[in-house]
Design a protein around this ligand. Structure first.
Ligand code: J9Q
Length: 482
């Protein structure tokens, strides 16, 4: 047996306003059809019907002074008593649920999808909703106080956004539409409700398209025409994530990183957001380093370099390497020479201050300069070639996409540079052969293994894997034999 669906006999919303015609749109579209289909009983009342004087006055000046007018408690009291005394939903067995008195006001709690869902659930359980639309400076505060204290209603003041309206009518329209479409049978295709609550929960949707595929020279993105459902879903999700980062960072502040997969995190990292632990995303900024960063870079590099050293390198040799190449003085030198080096840093936007990661790129001094060592020079032919000397993030942020965002930012800088008028043809790097994680990371970012090189930390020679990434498919630069 299917449970009996509630009908207009027991799903009821009343709206009170001094401009009942303002609510005429509730005859139209989705809500209008729901009413005609008997899924919702919606009554609009004119507040002035309960005024007692010849002019049907509903307001007076504020006690204590001030601008504007306040709506009278006695008129509202008479109106609400009368409306609440009319037939509500058919009583189910047991205590009838207390009505909810909804009061739109810019001082209310924000109306959210989850509050709309709660109200739809209440309607489904037989609760009446009464919306009291105020005008002027609002309704005498004793009205809300009285109905709540006397147990006549649960009073909920709500706002539809941080702007000022002439009155609560538009906010009432918004609430009725948001709630009505959640009632069973109101939206024809309940799939459209499901999609909102899953996958993209708490995120904005990306752009949408229909035919014609070419409109005024604007072409629908190719991926959407590929028929590849996995790639289409990924593309839509990425555009939604990017939009959310750009327009609604507050939603990312509240998003559970547990709801994100690796690809989500990579996309968000390119927008400046990473999983900062503690169940929250944190905002970071990628920027070019400035001379003032020397001390912080020395501290970060000194802390991260030893962690990436192959096992077996003597501690003293690691310390000597850091002192020789990553000291505050050396960093001051790199930062003072923007022609010779590219330094990009990631910095936390708020709270936890300080640097989260960095990239150091060594640029060639001439267009045909050979890379530092003969074994490197022999392994690939592209010139001029930049050296990706360091790419590190703090240990807590490994695997979050932060390093990828830093690396891509470094690639952008390199792509924009020339040496003696020549574009950089390639970037190369050496990474410890045992460090598979680093190799996978660089492969994902366009690097391929081209050989080996010997790298010294102290006296111990280390075998590095050499990897190269071409700056553009067509090459550029002086020589492109590889
Ligand atoms: C009644 N500005 O504003 C935003 N949400 C509701 C309101 C509002 C208003 C004036 C009167 C409601």
């Amino acid at each position: 047996m299917t449970p009996a669906r509630r009908t207009s006999a027991d799903v009821r919303i009343d709206v009170l306003s001094i401009f009942p015609d303002y609510l005429a749109p509730l005859d139209l579209s989705l809500v209008g059809r729901a009413r005609r289909d008997g899924l919702l009983r919606l009554e609009v009342h004119d507040l002035r019907d309960w005024a007692t004087d010849r002019h049907r006055t509903v307001d007076d000046t504020p006690v204590g002074g001030g601008a504007g007018m306040v709506m009278r408690a006695d008129v509202w009291g008479a109106a609400l008593d009368a409306v609440l005394a009319t037939d509500g939903p058919t009583p189910s067995p047991g205590e009838p649920p207390r009505p909810i008195l909804l009061v739109p006001t810019p001082a209310g709690a924000p109306l959210t999808q989850s509050r709309a869902q709660d109200l739809a659930d209440e309607l489904g359980a037989g609760t009446r909703l009464v919306i009291a639309c105020g005008r002027y400076e609002g309704i005498d505060s004793r009205v809300a106080e009285h109905y709540a204290a006397a147990g006549l209603a649960r009073v909920q003041e709500y706002s539809i956004g941080d702007y000022v309206l002439g009155g609560g009518e538009v906010a009432a329209l918004v609430l009725v539409e948001a709630v009505a479409r959640l009632l069973p049978g109101v939206v024809g295709n309940p799939e459209s409700l499901v999609e909102e609550s899953h996958g993209s929960a708490g995120l904005l949707e990306g752009p949408v398209y229909t035919r014609p595929l070419d409109w005024r020279g604007l072409i629908v993105p190719e991926v959407l025409r590929s028929g590849h459902h996995g790639r289409i879903a990924r593309w839509r999700r990425d555009r939604g994530l990017e939009r959310t980062a750009a327009r609604r960072p507050d939603l990312l502040d509240r998003l559970d990183p547990g709801s994100l997969d690796r690809a989500d995190k990579a996309t968000l990292a390119s927008c400046g957001w990473v999983d900062g632990g503690e169940g929250r995303l944190t905002r970071f900024e990628v920027r070019d380093a400035v001379p003032d960063d020397a001390a912080a870079l020395a501290a970060l590099a000194g802390a991260t370099f030893p962690l990436a050293c192959p096992p077996g390198v003597p501690v003293a040799d690691v310390a000597a390497f850091v002192a020789a190449h990553l000291s505050p003085e050396r960093w001051a030198g790199y930062l003072a020479d923007p022609v010779g080096y590219v330094v990009v840093v990631a910095e936390a936007a708020a709270r936890r201050p300080g640097l989260l990661g960095y990239v150091l790129v060594v640029l060639p001094s001439t267009a045909d300069a050979e890379p530092v060592a003969a074994d490197v020079a022999a392994a690939f032919a592209q010139r001029p070639a930049a050296e990706l000397s360091k790419c590190y993030v703090v240990p807590g942020l490994q695997g979050t996409g932060l390093a990828g965002a830093l690396l891509e930012a470094a690639h952008d800088r390199i792509a924009a540079r020339t040496v003696e008028g020549h574009a950089l043809a390639a970037v190369w790097l050496g990474t410890n052969r045992g460090n598979r994680r680093a190799q996978r990371f660089y492969r994902r970012h366009g690097y391929t293994a081209v050989g080996r090189r010997t790298f010294r930390v102290g006296d111990a020679p280390q075998e590095d894997l050499l990897m190269v990434r071409r700056m553009s498919p067509s090459g550029g630069g002086l020589v492109d034999a590889g």
